[in-house]
Design a protein around this ligand. Structure first.
Ligand code: SF4
Length: 191
């Protein structure tokens, strides 16, 4: 089974055909994609901003594991911090070298959901929420609730992505036609 990253899931949820063009046909996407994922972050600056103990106090953290590379056979990812909360559940915390713009980008949410699945499978504890720290907004801490439905959607997407990759399956286009306007593959995609 191919091991996927949060980027695969985010791209698939944006449009299943995106997965086909990029990973089955091997046509590279271009950097100007408007939902730029995790690549743009400046790790050095993030590292400087880490280890803010007061953030963890605010959340109520019992233990923490930094920079965790986790995998469960079909998904993999590096989580900035895995937290054991006072409630007994666990949560991923991710630093974003970004400003908080009053809404949580879906890419960030999906990434946290992937991490939640990885934490549950590796630590054998429940994950009900995750945290984002916006470094460029004075380390603003934002809680993101993660439901079973969210995790199921990601698990189902993983099954579908595997099908596209393993069977060369050409999937349906996204229902959201507006996305095609700025899509890297719009010139080769049959509508
Ligand atoms: S052009 Fe539209 S349907 Fe085709 S891959 Fe891009 S977003 Fe999907």
């Amino acid at each position: 089974m191919i091991s996927l990253t949060p980027s695969h899931i985010i791209e698939y949820l944006y449009c299943p055909r995106f997965t086909y063009f990029e990973y089955v046909l091997g046509i590279p996407q271009y950097e100007e994609k408007h939902y730029k994922v995790i690549k743009g972050r400046e790790l050095h600056d993030i590292k400087l901003e880490r280890n803010k103990e007061y953030l963890r106090k605010k959340i109520g953290v019992q233990s923490k594991w930094l920079d965790q590379y986790l995998t469960n056979g079909y998904l993999r990812g590096r989580v900035d911090e895995v937290l054991l909360l006072n409630s007994g559940s666990m949560a991923p915390l991710d630093y974003k070298f970004a400003e908080y713009k009053d809404r949580i980008f879906d890419t960030y949410r999906q990434q946290l959901i992937c991490y939640a699945i990885l934490i549950e499978d590796n630590f054998n504890k429940k994950v009900n929420n995750g945290y984002l720290v916006y470094v460029r907004s004075k380390n603003k801490l934002v809680e993101v609730l993660i439901s079973e439905k969210d995790k199921d959607l990601v698990r189902k997407s993983i099954g579908r992505i595997q099908e596209i990759l393993e069977k060369n399956h050409f999937p349906k286009a996204t229902k959201f036609k507006r996305r095609c306007l700025s899509c890297t593959y719009r010139n080769i995609c049959i509508k």
